[in-house]
Structure formats: C-alpha cells, structure tokens
Unconditional design. Structure first.
Lengths: 287, 247, 327
C-alpha cells in the first residue's frame, strides 16, 4: 500500500450516467503544493470531496498515508471548500471553540496563531459580519487547528480582492514552509498558482491529463511556432494547435523539435491554457 | 457641448454616506470616452457604490455625477448605459431566445440581429434553458443582452468570477473586440489584475471610499517608472492597495 | 458537541424561556383573578357540580362570559405549540445546515455523523418538550380551577380538553418535531420543510382527531322519557347516536313510520303524554342514547399517542437515512 499523503488508484465516480471522474490515478509527494486545474465540470470538486470522504468512489480507491478513505474524514486531512462554511451566528472565538468540540485532536494555539497573522482578525466579531478575506482567514485557521498533514483547498481564492488573495496565499505558504504540509489546491487563477505550486494535476472530463512536478512538465512540453503552410510533423504528442493566416502555433509534449520551427518551453499559464483549449475543441467536436 | 460630446462619466466631489459611514467620498473623476477602464480596489472600497450611482440605483449624498451630460435619476438607467453584474441576472427558466426577446421588450434601442450574432459566435444553442448553460456560456448570453442594447457605456461588475481560465480569456477577448470596434466605453471592475493588464488602458483605483489613482495606464506607469516593483499595472495597483506608496 | 448545539439553538432557547415566563405569569395571574371572582360571586360550589340550583342563574353566566373564552384560548395555545415546535425547531434543524453548507463543516471534522445528528436531535428537542410539559400543567391547573364552569363541562372528549390533556400534547410535539426534522433532512431547504411539515401535520392531526372516537364502543343508556332520548344526561357527554327500542328490547329500525302515525295534523299541539302514549302504541317502548364513556378517554389518549409515537420513530429512522445518504 502506497504510503504517500494522497494516493488515488483508478478512481472513478459516476452519478447515474454522468462520469464525473474516470480512471484517475496519481500520487502526491509529501510536502508538495499541487495545483489542481481543469475546465469547469472536469471533476476537481468531486475529486476533493472523495479525498475528504464526503462521497465514496464508484470504483477504485483513494488512500491517505496508506489508509483507504471510505466515506469518513481522515484525521490527517483538512478540507476548505469554496463556500467556506462557518457558523455565521458565532463569534470567531466561539467558532474556534466549536473546532475543539468537533475534533478529538485540536490545537487552539495553532488556530489562534493563524488568526493573528497579517492584520489579525477581530476575535469577538461575528463570523457573518467579516469581510471575505477575514472570513477566509478564519476558515483556514479552523482547518489548520486540526493540525492536518494534508490540506485540501477548493477554490480558496474566489471572491477575494487582490490584497486578500495575496495574504491568503502567504498564510498557506507559511504553513507549508513551517510544517511541511502537503497541499492540494484548486483554482482558476493560474498566475497565483504559478507563484505557489511546485506540482500540477490537470483534469479534463474526469481524467488525469497531466500530473507531476511543474518544472519537469514544463521541460517536457514545447510551444512550437512555424509557417502556416508547413504541416507539423513530430514524434511527440500535439496537445493543441492553432492557426492564423501566417503561422501555426502548437503545444507539443515530448518528442523532438521539428526542423525549421521555433521552439520555447511554455510557462504554466500557457501550458494549462493549451490543454484547456484542446479540451474545449474536443467538447465542441462532440456536440 | 452637444449630447454626443459629453464624456461618459463626470463626477465632482461625489460622496455617499450610509449609517455606518462614508462608502465613497470626495470622488472627482472623468471617464474618457472609448476607453476600457479598470476599476480596482479592495472589497468595501466603494466600487459597487460608484457603479450604483452611475446607474442611478444609488442617490449621492454629496457632490454631483453626470452620465453623458445627464443626471442619473431613479426612474431607470440611462438608455446609453448597460450594466452586467456578477450575479448575471438571467432567468434560469427562460431559454436563450426568450432572454433575447426579453431584452428586446425591455429596451427601446434593441438590435436583435447583433445580439443573435453574439450568441451564435459563442456557439450557445438558442433553445437551451439558461439554467443549463455553463458559467462561460451564461456570461456570453448576459454580454449579448447588454450589448444588444447598443450602449455607449458598458459597466461590468466582476463578470469573470467563477469562470475557468479559458472562458475568462474568451469572454474578455469578445468584450474587447466588440467594444473597441464600436467605441463603447467600458468600466470593468475585477479582482484579477493580471488579466486587465493587456486589456485596460485607463485605471481608477479606490481604497477606503476615495480615489487614489486615476488616469491612462501608460501615463501612470511612466510616472512610476523609477520605482521598483511597479513595472506592471497589477503590481502598481497592489502597491497602492497595500498603501505602500506615500500619498 | 452539546455546547455547539446549545449555542446554535440560543435564539430559540431565549424565545422559549421568555415565552414560558410570559405565559406562566399571565396564566397564574389570570387564574388567581378568576378564583377570587368565584369567591366574590359565591359560586365556588358550581366548580364541582354545575347542576346545582345555585348554578343556573345570572351569576354563573356572567362569570363564564368573563372567563370562559380566556381559558379556552389557553387550551388552544397548548394545541398550537406542538405545531410551532415542528415548524420552527424541527424543520430547520438539518435543513438550515444543508442550505448554508455547514453540514460539510461538520462532516469534515472527526466527530462521527451519527453523534452529530443524535446530539443535535436530542439537545434541540429537550427544551421544547419541557416547554410543552410546563405549559400543559399550568393550563391544566387553570382549567381545573374553573371546573364545570369552564371547558371541562364539555367532557373529556371535547376537542380542546382532549388535545391539551395527558400524554397528547407531548405525543403531538414528538410527532411534529420528528416530522419537521425528517422533511428538513429530506428536502434540505428550510422554507420547503416548514410548508410541508405544516401541511402533513394538520392533515394527520385532523384525520386522527376524527377517527379516534370510532375506536371505542359507545355505551347505551336508556332514557326515562320516551320523547326525549337526552333526558337525565349529565354534562359533557358525547352522544354518538340516539334511537328507540321496542317492547321486546330490540332496536326499532323504521322510527319515522311509527312516529308519522302520531302526527295527523302538524298544526295541532300534542301534549307530551299523548305523544308518548301514541308512540308506545306504535311500537316504540324506550328511547336510548349511545354515549362515549368517560372512563375510556384514557384508552383513546394512549391509542392516539402510540400511533403518533410510532410515526415519530419512523421519522427518526427516515432522518438518519436522509442525512447520511451520500451523493
């Protein structure tokens, strides 16, 4: 049994005829920060909820540190969802007390440490009255009070202004640096991901398209540009190609550079966009 | 000045006070015509208040505001202004065709052919119920609804939230293409500064209810050229939001 | 975990506590006022026995005019509270958590879902049940103080007396509460749950109220006067049926035929004795009424309560299933 922080083996999740996830396999290395990307409906939220034990896989297994996850939250895992659910009527202090009441293993010290970061959160304010940034900070403090070894974040940066986004990422990175927590973070904001992630997990249509260390992946891909009339011949896999009147641009994985074509390595944004475009082309072709 | 020559938005010492304090104060600005204006600032800085006063949904407590030379009143939006919010107020039960029909009946200057062409280009089926569309498709339909009005000022409040990167790119590209070809002034409030960099040529930055920065992007960048970490629009805006720059 | 539910229910608890204080104060004050009014009017004995000579005059009538409606209203309060508990404590219990997404919060901590559900269910129910019990006792003591001058004169089967008596209020509360919890867990939307709970509660209570009296056998009581089956009837009797026996003691089936022969001319007043004699000649020997015996009231209470309790158990099981079913 693979003892990595999160290991998925042929995981599938079907809702009736809809295949939210299909044959996903990957392994997150300890202490890594993995960006989970993909078009809407690719199965990102489904995957996170499977790892958290909120739903059971239709087939395959998800395991955390070697223990299979079966409809129950693993004590080493914490999940923060996009809605950032908290008890709005409670004060921040009462919310932390609730954390202690709901968990066997809870560190009030850690939770309050996170609350005091950056500008600090007013602990006697009602959770429902906090700004989006402060609310996110409370939610993260709540998640980290469990002293998790694996932190799952589902769109944690949505609805945050640039300042709050910046600060939230800083809190997460501090946690990783100090405690070596493994983080799996899904977001649509690729520039932010590029700043913090060292690994990538790209889903499309419920399948894993790309998984691994970002540097390796970027090194393995090329953006090639060539004249429009010449067709692209390569022994690599063409992920996506686009044509204008004068030139053809393609994202290629592996293989050698065709002669006469310009080649550069993509940055994270270009890579992800290339895969997303390819996904959209496939989807439109099917309709 | 004839009506055609009035600038889209002129505000003089504009302010709005609520019981909890001033949401916007001493706001003096002039939005030049034909520009794509980025309206940025932290949450609670007054962006929605400013937009509300331009549409006439909020009445100023102090100062004056004129939209194309007219004072916005509560009776309805200026016919030359279209507003697209994050909530994208479309009725989920309506089909796309019915939504456009609603646009036609609600707006005197409606251009059905143009709106339909926008929907076609987005490859959204006319017979689909709006509630079944993806986020990106819904935004394209909402954009068609706004542009079908043939506005001269288009205001967008966080239109790209919840869209995946590809959808964001496509919507933004459509927006820019349509607005530049028709010289529509765009006022776009968004949190994702990196995206606005290639798109916006004018910036209005609010913090704590006051205007901190307003001007053409190229001029602002030139004015801060010597300072480190402010080479790009996004970095400049972030620095001002952090109030790291002396006033 | 218990603390969390207390804290979440705090607004409800405050409302219940305040409501109970106000209700208790009102009931006790009114009751004291009524008792002194009884003494002033000198009709204290009528509480025990409303058939006394002294109890038919102007005094008792004036008394009832002042107090009857108030006491009746207090009984109705006891009847309405179970529904309110179901609507405003039961229905939102899980529905609100699902609506606001905080169930995800609870499911991603180390507390087990069963413990979470059970604690919420029990801790939210206890104050409500206590409220109902105390209110019931207060109202009962007031009703008893009025005795035969109040709703008790209508007998134990009178709807407001029956529904506010014995195990019934608690049974109705448990039914409404578990119904609300189940509907809330099933539909996961508070407003839908409240509406549905109200509908099902009203229909079920209405149906069982009408049906419950048919579960006991009425007792036949013979009347002393042929022309008046109700002669000699005490207060508060519920008459299910009247009829006539013939000379052999069998029930006369076609009463109209016999009685028609005695009314040759509707305009002529016939004396009671003549009518009696005529009916007797035509085969009607005795008249009777069938009444619900007072002693069976407890049985009816228990029967109805056990049906509601059984439904409550089903709803609890249903709630457990509805909360735990995973997408």
């Amino acid at each position: 049994m693979n003892a990595s922080p999160v290991h998925a083996s042929n995981v599938a999740k079907h809702f009736g005829r809809v295949r939210a996830l299909d044959d996903c396999s990957f392994s997150l290395p300890s202490g890594s920060v993995t960006g989970l990307v993909g078009p809407n409906g690719a199965g990102k939220s489904t995957l996170l909820s499977l790892i958290a034990g909120l739903a059971r896989p239709t087939s395959g297994t998800v395991s955390v540190h070697g223990t299979p996850v079966r409809g129950q939250m693993h004590p080493d895992v914490s999940l923060l969802t996009q809605k950032r659910p908290l008890y709005d009527q409670f004060t921040v202090r009462e919310m932390m007390r609730a954390g202690a009441a709901l968990n066997d293993c809870w560190s009030a010290a850690r939770a309050f440490e996170v609350l005091d970061l950056l500008a600090g959160v007013d602990k006697d304010a009602r959770v429902g009255n906090l700004s989006a940034g402060a609310r996110t900070q409370v939610a993260i403090a709540f998640a980290l009070g469990r002293l998790p070894k694996v932190l799952l974040l589902d769109e944690p940066l949505s609805d945050l202004d640039p300042l709050a986004r910046d600060e939230t990422l800083r809190i997460v990175m501090t946690e990783v640096a100090e405690r070596g927590t493994t983080v799996l973070l899904s977001s649509h904001l690729l520039t932010d991901l590029g700043d913090v992630c060292d690994h990538l997990l790209l889903l499309d249509q419920g399948r894993v398209q790309v998984a691994g260390e970002i540097d390796e992946i970027l090194g393995d891909h090329r953006v090639v540009v060539g004249p429009a009339e010449v067709s692209l011949e390569t022994d690599g896999v063409v992920v996506d190609s686009s044509h204008t009147a004068r030139q053809t641009t393609a994202l290629v994985r592996g293989g050698s550079v065709p002669s006469g074509w310009d080649s550069t390595h993509p940055d994270l944004e270009a890579l992800v966009m290339g895969y997303l475009r390819a996904a959209r082309t496939r989807k439109l072709a099917r309709q | 000045m004839s009506e055609r020559e009035h600038p889209p938005v002129v505000a003089e010492n504009l302010g709005k006070k609520y019981s909890r304090g001033w949401a916007l104060r001493d706001c003096t600005l002039r939005v030049p015509a034909g520009r794509i204006v980025a309206l940025v600032g932290p949450n609670g800085a007054g962006k929605s208040t400013l937009m509300g006063m331009i549409t006439g949904l909020i009445r100023p407590t102090a100062g004056r505001i004129a939209v194309f030379g007219d004072v916005p009143n509560g009776r309805g939006m200026h016919p030359a202004v279209a507003f697209l919010t994050q909530a994208k107020p479309l009725y989920p039960q309506f089909t796309v065709a019915e939504t456009l029909h609603y646009g036609r009946s609600a707006n005197p200057g409606w251009d059905q052919a143009y709106a339909e062409s926008l929907v076609e280009r987005a490859r959204v089926p006319f017979a689909a119920k709006v509630g079944t569309l993806s986020g990106g498709q819904r935004t394209r339909v909402a954009l068609a609804l706004a542009l079908g009005k043939r506005p001269r000022l288009l205001m967008l409040d966080e239109p790209l939230a919840d869209l995946d990167p590809l959808a964001r790119e496509t919507v933004l590209r459509t927006l820019v293409e349509e607005c530049r070809t028709q010289c529509i002034t765009v006022l776009l409030s968004s949190h994702v500064l990196a995206e606005l960099e290639g798109v916006c040529d004018h910036l209005v930055l609010l913090t704590d209810g006051r205007v901190r920065l307003a001007g053409d992007v190229s001029e602002l960048l030139r004015a801060h050229a010597g300072q480190p970490g402010m080479q790009r629009l996004g970095e400049l805006a972030l620095a001002y939001m952090r109030a790291e720059v002396a006033a | 975990m218990t603390w969390i539910v207390w804290r979440q229910q705090r607004p409800v608890l405050i409302t219940l506590a305040a409501g109970l204080v106000v209700a208790a104060a009102a009931i006790l004050l009114l009751r004291a006022g009524m008792v002194s009014d009884l003494q002033t009017r000198n009709i204290v004995d009528c509480v025990r026995d409303g058939t006394l000579q002294a109890c038919r005059g102007e005094g008792p009538r004036a008394f009832q005019k002042s107090w009857y409606d108030l006491i009746h209203f207090a009984q109705l309060l006891v009847i309405v509270v179970p529904a309110l508990v179901g609507l405003f404590i039961g229905a939102p219990l899980f529905a609100r958590e699902f609506e606001q997404g905080t169930h995800v919060l609870a499911f991603t901590q180390s507390v087990s879902r069963t413990r979470w559900m059970a604690t919420k269910f029990v801790v939210a129910a206890l104050p409500a049940l206590l409220f109902v019990a105390v209110l019931q006792l207060l109202v009962r003591s007031w009703v008893n103080a009025a005795g035969q001058l109040g709703p008790l004169a209508g007998g134990p089967y009178y709807f407001s007396t029956f529904d506010a008596q014995g195990v019934s209020p608690i049974a109705y509360t448990l039914f409404a509460y578990t119904l609300g919890v189940f509907v809330g867990a099933l539909f996961r939307r508070t407003l839908v749950a409240i509406t549905l709970t109200l509908g099902v509660f009203v229909v079920t209570r209405g149906f069982l109220s009408t049906w419950r009296e048919s579960t006991i056998e009425p007792v036949r009581v013979l009347s002393n006067e042929l022309t008046d089956p109700y002669a000699g009837m005490g207060p508060g009797q519920v008459v299910k049926n009247t009829g006539f026996l013939d000379a052999k003691g069998a029930v006369v089936t076609d009463v109209n035929a016999a009685q028609a022969k005695c009314v040759p001319n509707a305009r002529i007043e016939v004396s009671v004795e003549d009518r009696t004699a005529c009916w007797q000649q035509n085969g009607l020997a005795r008249s009777f009424r069938e009444v619900l015996p007072f002693e069976q009231a407890t049985t009816v209470h228990l029967l109805e309560a056990s049906i509601f309790a059984g439904l409550a158990v089903l709803f609890v099981l249903g709630s457990v299933w509805a909360v735990r079913r995973q997408a």
